[in-house]
Design a protein around this ligand. Sequence first.
Ligand SMILES: Nc1ncnc2c1ncn2[C@@H]1O[C@H](COP(=O)(O)OP(=O)(O)OP(=O)(O)O)[C@@H](O)[C@H]1O
Length: 366
Amino acid sequence: MTQLECRFQVDRGDFCLDVELNLPSHGVSALFGHSGSGKTTCLRAMAGLERLPNSNFSVAGEVWQDEARGIFIPPHKRQIGYVFQEASLFSHLSVEQNLQFGLSRVAATSRTVNYDEVVSLLGIETMLKRFPAALSGGERQRVAIARALLTSPALLLMDEPLSALDANRKQDILPYLERLNQQLSIPVVYVSHAADEVARLADYLCILRQGSVIASGDIGEVLLAQKNNDLFIDGASSLLEGEVVGQSAKDGLTELELYHDQHRDVKTCLRITHRPFAIGSRQRCRVFASDVSLCLSKPTDSSILNIFPAKVLAIEPARLSAEMLVTTELASGQKILAQISRYSLNSLAIEINTELWIQLKSVAVL
Ligand SMILES: Nc1ncnc2c1ncn2[C@@H]1O[C@H](COP(=O)(O)OP(=O)(O)OP(=O)(O)O)[C@@H](O)[C@H]1O
């Protein structure tokens, strides 16, 4: 079900924005694009911090802006949480007082979020008595997210919340964002220009370029469709998601059964280096096209653990002229990109509909 519907337009002479989006009612929708593509302008318009002409925005059927009808709900009357690049906490208040401030902004009878649950979800139990100056950047950001959640928002807007953090702090905070997404049913609009973040967190991806939407949809589909987009500086990739079904510390392996097309009666199990995941938990993996190789017959003496039969769906040039991107489909329906040399494509005579075997040399667990 679509929950967020917007049409934002503005002509500032040197920058024109014309964006129409229908975002889902749950999960994380990422607005992804280069600097200056209009991501923050859209987020600010959703918050009502910017009133764009000829624009409209509704959340779960509730109209927050409709210029044609003269409707514009001011920011303080919109049920939103807003998290900025830098945590904007009150420095004279303790963490607990900062959180209580968030909680006090909404009447007890209208609260949809539980204080203890949020504190535990963001792992801030031990910081409650401390003041913002005594917290690391990552901890401050966790408190800012908790404070935003405690206002029981109908919508959580996050503008590059990790961009001020170094790589290690970023890795520390990502699991909290994932848990938040899994445990609370508040839709999140997440602005980012980092490919690794959106691949890990987003369920729905919208790519903006120079004020326009150039692609939007399920993250897996957009990653495939935009395989050559230079925003994915780390390379073309596909996403696989599945449930942990096996653990063998002895063999050093964890086994995931991939979610698949319900109409197909075939299952695919992915074996990855052992990780301490709970059986039954949901995990997402990213497979870089450069880590996938193709064979015409089944390799029987390969060190590669994941070898699956597949069919070629599409063949397109990669960004490097000597390389090609081959979209393959497993019998269970997942699509996986392989990047091979033009030379190999020709010498193996790989064409659309060729049936072959794919080898996943490496799988990044996100
Ligand atoms: N209030 C404003 N008045 C005029 N121009 C603005 C205003 N705010 C932003 N802009 C311009 O609008 C364009 C889009 O800016 P915006 O901040 O939305 O992009 P962005 O994709 O979020 O970029 P970044 O990743 O650098 O934050 C830019 O050219 C910017 O300079």
